[in-house]
Design a binder for this molecule. Sequence first.
Ligand code: GLC
Length: 642
Amino acid sequence: MDLTLSLAQKATATVGADDWHTIELPQVRRLTLCDGPVGVRCEDPTSPSPDDFNKHDSYPATCLPCGAAVGASWNPDAVREAAAGIAAEAKALGVDVLLGPAMNHKRTPLGGRNFEYISEDPVLTGTLAAAYVEGVQSRGVAACVKHFCLNNTEYNRLTIDIDVDEDVLRDVYLKGFEIAVKSAAPLCLMGAYVRVDGKYCCENERLLSRILRDEWGYAGTVISDWRAIHDRVAALRAGCDLEMPFMSERSAESVVQAVQSGELDARTLDRAIDRLRALGDATAGSGEAPDPAQAYLAARALAEESAVLLKNDGILPLRGKVAVIGGRAKSPKYQGGGSARMNARQVTSLYDELSKRLSITYAEGFTAGEADERLLAEAERVAKAADVAVVCLSSPPSDDAEDRDRPSMRLEAGAYALVERLAAIGTPIVLVLQSGAPIEIPCRDKVAAILETFLAGSGGGEATARILTGEVNPSGKLAETYPERYEDCPAAAFYGTDPDRMRYGEGFLTGYRYYRTKRVQTAYPFGFGLSYTSFRYDSLSVETDGDEIVCSVRVTNTGDRSGKETVQLYAHLRDGVERELIGYRKAYIPAGKTVAVEIRVPCERLTVWKDGATRANNGYEIIAAPHSEADGVKASFHKICK
Ligand code: GLC
């Protein structure tokens, strides 16, 4: 028992003091917690509300590309570097806990927060989230992985009860968190709003204590999502150390009464205090001075690593007379909405950055909302006079936001009419997309090139210009399948059928696991992305080395430009699922050269959860491929890791 603090003080320490702080106690530092995953949103209490979600605006800071772009980068080093940049800015603003990364599994393309989340695969999500955590914590700020767990859509998110099979929960929905917790030791983890087996996540002892702490050895602090706790005593008992934000005096009072009555073991409260004290100690002191210029460059680099070239008939890199069409070229959709939204410093636009590099013409094409004949005619005229038309489009302004799922996969109104009209002219079209989640791409077969840049943050405009002009060779690959239509999504049949309960009936057949196993045609598969060069996969060899397998993939750059290729490793791990990602590596391969790309995979990635324990097969076929639907090169091995 900690004798220096009274029971009332301890109870008060485990609930927020206001929206963003805890209280100051002897030996327990007052903590400042701030959103969000793409950059620090430290509220300026004197500023007005910027949107329909946040009370105040925040101090200017660097804005990273969104989580979907983080996923498409397949580049832990770029993610780590970018996260360190925004963490230094957070530290300078006195922030102790940065509420990110957001890393829930992407189960349906209509998920309102898919823009914020990383991927439809737990290995890709967990490894990139781990890199983000390492970057943030390298600057003396606590990262907070969220939302643990099963906050996969926004549909009735505050109360919905998720019904998912145990092995699917373990190997799909928890696996990303498990990888991040075990490899990067985040100092904080945020419990989700939803219920699992009828119990709110923040009050769910099986999740927060038995799995997270007892099985995975998590030693950090668990905080609630904002207003996610319904019973403070139950939450403390389950393992949720801090309730955010301040709700009422009754929260702390209920804890005092529970300890006094014996309903709550005083040691549970002491453990929570010890973790909060440790969190305060781990984030004390001043960090390195922030370097906004460096943070911007790291954000731009991440945007360059993330952009996915979905189609290119040779029109890119740009040359000749270039027409730029679409308002999003001048005012990009560079971030999503909700708690992740922040006051971005130095947002670059494609129009400005292309203007520095080329002589271009411009037409708006359409205003936000409906197509306008005058604007369409102007766009036609400008396109007709050019050798190529770069058409910049985004998802609707109201999409890609917390607290609401998307109504469809369509782009902003007016986009389809514009592309139809321009496709009829004959000038080659380059579509530049700014979306946080899969979209129905207009006239895919009628345009010459498609570059998905996501919600690309402060450096997005410059990154896109550098790619379009060939200064940078694109290397991003999709971290979420782009289905032909929403109805093809395996979760569609189980979404929104019951306001109180959502059955994850698709089981393991989520995302590419489904499309590949069932041979369902997709618009663009998980792991897909083109380059300005081309690569050939020659061979794969597999060895075991202790508790890892070591895969060596010989890849040849068959083009005349150097570039980066993300080699993906898949294996058949369980009946009914043809292949699952077990590892990957993004490698630089010089023009004309062959490189042996080495990928080390922990043996535990080859196990599956079945009947209450992890199990290994007695042999595996490993596939090394450029994306989830490619045949790739194969190798089998029967020696099992130690
Ligand atoms: C929100 C979000 C969470 C955010 C928190 C604080 O409702 O779910 O991601 O960090 O509350 O704004």
